[in-house]
Design a protein around this ligand. Sequence first.
Ligand SMILES: Nc1ncnc2c1ncn2[C@@H]1O[C@H](COP(=O)(O)OP(=O)(O)OP(=O)(O)O)[C@@H](O)[C@H]1O
Length: 275
Amino acid sequence: MSVILEARNIVRDYHVPGSFLKKAKTVHAVKGVSFSVEKGKTLAIVGESGCGKSTLGRILTLIDPATSGDLLIEGKKIDIAKGDLTPEMRRKVQIVFQNPYGSLNPRQKIGDILTEPLVINTKTPADERRDRAMTLLKKVGLEEKHYNRYPHMFSGGQRQRIAIARALMLNPKLLVLDEPVSALDLSVQAQVLNLLADLQDEFQLTYVFISHDLSVVRYIADEVMVMYFGEAVEYGSRDEVFADPKHSYTKTLFAATPRADVESIRARLAKKKAA
Ligand SMILES: Nc1ncnc2c1ncn2[C@@H]1O[C@H](COP(=O)(O)OP(=O)(O)OP(=O)(O)O)[C@@H](O)[C@H]1O
């Protein structure tokens, strides 16, 4: 199995300037985190609000620079302090955000939202851009007629499908999924998670799945990393971590999590394993 992404000792400090009433301070959001993800696999990064998981997700997609550490994409080292990715490297990693209402420009038609990454990053001719957008619309369970509609005409689940299609337009190797289903109803969550599993199979995608929801993580992850105050306190295969959590924080986290109705995801994964 080939490693698509390797993160070595990633650190991110935020310097918060002082004011008349408050002293300046440094927030240590990520404190030296290392992990790797193999092609076609899903690493879930779990932890409660403020543990640094979104910061890490933004570093992986180079939206946010790291203070120090190394990031290797397909073995090639990226300067993450500068975030100077070549267009080719930038295409390899894409992100889907939590909020399907905020992440799509309300003034753009779906066709323009989908083709924009190709306009910005490639010289793909207009007719090919349109063809690719149409193909991906169908792959995510939408229809060609949706191409000329606006985001407000879609439900939350459909908008997240559009955001997933947009992330796939550049044919990436790795998707960072930052709480991609947390804003959706449970039944819609299951549909979107099943879609992600199908797309992963079809395109051999690698996922970094950021979530606070253990019941979702349990069914989609191959590997799990639990973060606590900027540190990775647990890291291993899903079965190991769930069967035998080592850190007291993980034990507390697991004990406090109700099981959600994710039977369809469980069935989908059982089928995948049996195949
Ligand atoms: N731009 C910033 N400036 C200063 N501090 C920040 C900034 N962004 C994040 N932080 C701090 O870094 C820490 C980690 O934040 P981060 O958003 O990564 O956590 P999280 O686990 O993703 O939480 P959530 O799920 O609520 O988004 C928090 O203490 C947060 O307040």
